[in-house]
Design a binder for this molecule. Structure first.
Ligand code: M6R
Length: 610
């Protein structure tokens, strides 16, 4: 969602603040802004604009900023108030002494705003954020940090803040409650950012601020305090990402690049997690004895991660014979879930910052469950709140549409199912070895699928005019259908529904006519014939079928004019192979329709508010 950058140092701050902000564009935003302290007179100056960062840059051409070595910049994803210039960040108090950028939601802003208005403060925007600079000004008696501390003690909700003051031109203050914020340490310069990739070019020495911490940055030093005022010695991490992880490397879009990274992501997971045919799930945080005590699993996740969780359910129940419930985090948090100290809650999240998943985890912990997270981003809030973390190490995922994170999550869930089946004694050694062997083949199969992507591209392009898509799958590929539909709708804006094929006659068949396309997962399986029957039902109603089938299946051509083949693998692992055509169908259709593939409208990469 919103992105924050802050700089204090010796260099000209504005170009750094703008360029680093561009690296946060992937998070999703609708307006942007920058606020600095003028080196000439110490005054606060800011510019903001609706739309992309280029719109801000155009404004800066006509209305340039003064020379400056300290400032903050921001991309806004509207929550309170329309995406327009007034509501864009930064926000300042009316005296122009305090300037704030904010990510998150201040839940009690209306009460605070009313009381500030009664005291004579004047507000310009409809945002929740604007109360913050006014509150700081209200409490300011000469000590910047004290005023910030008093102001944030009044705030409820989740927020990351970057704050500068004309009274203290050599200080930048950062605050974290719930929303991610990091500090980057440089030589004679320091940074704040919502995410590591934004400042990788400048430093790899990172402090992940914890909840309820304040960082006070000058160009020479960074001091971190807990909200109670105690000074803490933060851990400094040396981040190992390569800068090219956050570049397109010749691909037209990040999404396409990330689709192509899947062979290496899965290969890396296999190499590091299966050593001499032994599972190496370092970080799992639970002993075999604890895993053996578990009598049910609850998976919580949102969006694509939820679909990965559904695949995980099939795998865990099949291999380990442990009952699994898969829950949308946003629903789970408001139910009274039945969880005991024998339950294992698995939270799946690429970002590890999804507000609903974090809330679900907190709810489950209150009920005594152990939390194991499957997460991509190192040091994320989720990883810190879990007993165990299985990092997928898929590398930064920049495209808003999740691709490599999804298949990495599924692969990790297969490994976890194998682990549980060993601990629960539900798998024979021969079967274990066979499944490991089949899993090891996946990267090579991925290369084959990607080599033949031109067929997928041409089918997708020929189908891009359809106004509605249905995705059908059964059993372990029911989640694949849901994921295919999600990918298509989020990047092409075409209405798309994912269904369990067996449900078709219970409603969705009413949609079928010559104007609908239906993507059917018809890979080799125990229920292949049933899928063929579904396809026939669609064809007899003149629906256009795109079938995803197993290489060598000639029979399917009698039923579908458009066939995408994936190489044969074990039935259990087909969601991994089917995922790539699903991603590419969505990708090529979106490109053909001229959509912004990497930054689809209204979407944010990590949903840090409820
Ligand atoms: O970071 P997370 O995995 O927790 O994010 C969950 C969803 O917001 C995410 O998967 C979303 O659905 C993607 N845009 C799907 O492509």
């Amino acid at each position: 969602m919103c992105g924050i950058i802050g700089y204090i140092g010796k260099k000209q701050a504005a170009p750094i603040l703008i360029e680093s902000l561009r690296k946060l564009e992937y998070r999703g935003y609708d307006s942007s802004g920058i606020g600095v302290i003028s080196s000439a007179d110490g005054k606060i100056v800011f510019r903001k604009n609706k739309g992309k960062i280029n719109a801000l840059c155009n404004l800066l051409k006509f209305s340039p900023l003064p020379k400056t070595t300290c400032g903050v910049s921001h991309t806004r994803w509207a929550t309170h108030g329309a995406p327009n210039r007034i509501n864009s960040h930064p926000h300042v108090d009316e005296s122009g002494q305090f300037l704030v950028v904010h990510n998150g939601i201040i839940e009690n802003y209306e009460v605070l705003k009313d009381s500030l208005i009664k005291k004579g403060h004047k507000f310009l925007s409809q945002t929740d954020t604007e109360v913050v600079p006014h509150l700081i000004q209200e409490y300011y008696k000469g000590d910047f940090l004290e005023a910030v501390k008093k102001a944030i003690s009044k705030l409820k909700g989740a927020f990351a803040l970057g704050i500068i003051s004309s009274n203290h031109p050599d200080v930048l203050i950062a605050v974290r409650v719930g929303s991610p914020l990091i500090v980057g340490l440089g030589k004679d310069e320091n940074f704040i950012a919502s995410d590591v990739p934004a400042i990788l070019e400048h430093t790899r020495r990172i402090i992940y601020l914890k909840d309820e911490q304040i960082a006070v940055l000058t160009k020479e030093r960074v001091d971190v305090f807990n909200f109670d005022g105690t000074k803490v010695k933060p851990q400094v991490h040396n981040v190992e990402f390569k800068v090219d992880c956050v570049e397109k490397q010749g691909f037209a879009h990040f999404m396409l690049k990330e689709v192509h990274e899947q062979p290496q992501v899965i290969q890396h997971m296999i190499n590091t997690r299966i050593v001499r045919n032994q599972l190496k799930l370092d970080g799992i945080g639970l002993s075999d004895k604890q895993l053996k005590r578990i009598n049910n699993v609850v998976i919580v996740a949102c969006g694509t991660a939820y679909h990965a969780g559904m695949v995980g359910r099939y795998a865990i129940e099949l291999l380990a014979n442990v009952p699994v419930a898969v829950e949308l985090s946003s629903e789970f948090r408001y139910r009274k879930p039945i969880i005991s100290n024998k339950s294992l809650v698995i939270a799946i999240s690429q970002s590890g910052e999804t507000a609903d998943t974090l809330a679900a985890v907190r709810e489950a912990k209150k009920r005594g469950a152990k939390i194991l997270s499957i997460c991509n981003v190192l040091g994320s809030s989720l990883s810190r709140e879990s007993e165990g973390v299985l990092y997928t190490h898929a590398g930064p995922e920049i495209g808003v549409a999740s691709t490599k994170a999804y298949t990495a999550q599924i692969c990790m869930l297969y490994l976890l199912s194998l682990k549980l089946s060993l601990v629960h004694g539900t798998i024979r050694s021969g079967e274990f070895k066979y499944l490991v062997k089949k899993l090891k083949e996946i990267p090579a199969l991925y290369h084959q699928i990607l080599k033949d992507k031109s067929n997928i591209a041409s089918i997708a392009k020929r189908s891009s005019h359809f106004g509605c898509f249905l995705f059908l799958g059964r059993n372990i590929n029911y989640p694949s259908a849901l994921e295919g539909a999600l990918k298509l709708k989020e990047i092409s804006y075409i209405p798309a529904e994912g269904y369990a094929a067996g449900e078709m006659k219970h409603g969705p068949i009413a949609l079928i006519d010559e104007y609908r396309a239906v993507v059917c997962v018809a890979t080799e399986s125990d229920i292949y014939d049933k899928m063929i029957s579904n396809i026939q039902e669609i064809r007899s109603r003149r629906g256009k079928v795109i079938a995803i089938a197993t290489a060598g299946d000639e029979q399917i051509k009698n039923h579908a004019a458009n066939v995408i083949y994936v190489p044969k693998t074990e039935q259990l692992f087909t969601p991994l192979t089917v995922a790539i055509p699903m991603q590419l169908i969505a990708y090529y259709i979106a490109v053909k329709r001229g959509c912004d593939v990497d930054q689809p409208r209204n979407l944010a990469k990590s949903v840090t508010v409820e």
